[in-house]
Design a protein around this ligand. Structure first.
Ligand code: DX5
Ligand code: ZN
Length: 221
């Protein structure tokens, strides 16, 4: 098992003070910055793009940036995010006409490719792709908004992907996104996740460090 990573989703940060928010959540013990990109087309919401990613790098953020693309089409924007300093770039297979080509494009641009599964998306998309991925991201809410309730079916799905990754024997990250809180993160870890996105649970709390510490304690139990 790889080191366990906490990935605060900046969707729930104060956008008017984004640079400082990202610095404080990293100082509070976060491992990577989860960067939610929405286009008002693939999902019914609109957020941030490569310019904001580049601005965070310019602001001195050196931690890995975990770009979660909820956009359609995907390929046109990949080079822009690579140039903007993205580390991981994950996309939804339904949003790309040629999934293998998109994975290759992300890799060619020096980033780590990830595939994202909505609650109702079957895992078959991993059949011919898992060996080319650095991350599998399972959605435990329907994408588009922070602050939704965790969909319990994600636990069985996590266990299934954990089995596939362990069988393959490559260091592919298994990330969970949506409704992750201090109260359920222990069960999520036991189901096999090693990377935990949390937006409202961290940015909605008064003390980011205390929340991240409490999450790590529950994971370790
Ligand atoms: C939802 C986004 C999530 C979101 C999670 O589409 O992908 O990253 O910010 O927010 P919480 O942790 O509040 O459910
Ligand atoms: Zn996300």
């Amino acid at each position: 098992m790889q080191p366990l990573w906490i990935a605060p989703s900046i969707l729930s940060a104060d956008f008017a003070r984004l640079g400082e928010e990202v610095k404080s959540v990293l100082a509070a013990g976060a491992d990577l910055v989860h960067f939610d990109v929405m286009d008002n087309h693939y999902v019914p919401n609109l957020t941030i793009g490569p310019l904001v990613c580049a601005a965070l790098r310019k602001h001195g953020i050196t931690a890995p940036i975990d770009v979660h693309l909820m956009i359609e089409p995907v390929d046109r924007i990949v080079p822009d995010f690579a140039a903007a300093g993205a580390t991981y770039i994950s996309f939804h297979p339904e949003a790309s006409r040629h999934v293998d080509r998109t994975i290759g494009l992300i890799r060619e641009h020096g980033c780590k490719p990830g595939l994202v599964f909505n609650p109702a998306t079957p895992l078959e998309y991993l059949d011919y792709t898992l060996e080319k991925l650095d991350m599998v991201l399972l959605m435990s809410v329907n994408p588009g908004f922070g602050g939704q309730k965790f969909i319990g079916g994600a636990l069985a799905k996590l266990a299934e992907v954990r089995g596939r990754i362990d069988t393959l024997g490559r260091p592919v990250r298994l990330e969970i996104d949506g409704g992750v809180k201090v109260d359920n993160i222990g069960d999520i870890a036991r189901a096999g996740a090693d990377t935990f996105v949390a937006g409202s649970a961290i940015f909605g709390s008064a003390d980011y460090a205390a929340t991240i510490r409490a999450m790590r304690e529950r994971i370790a139990r």
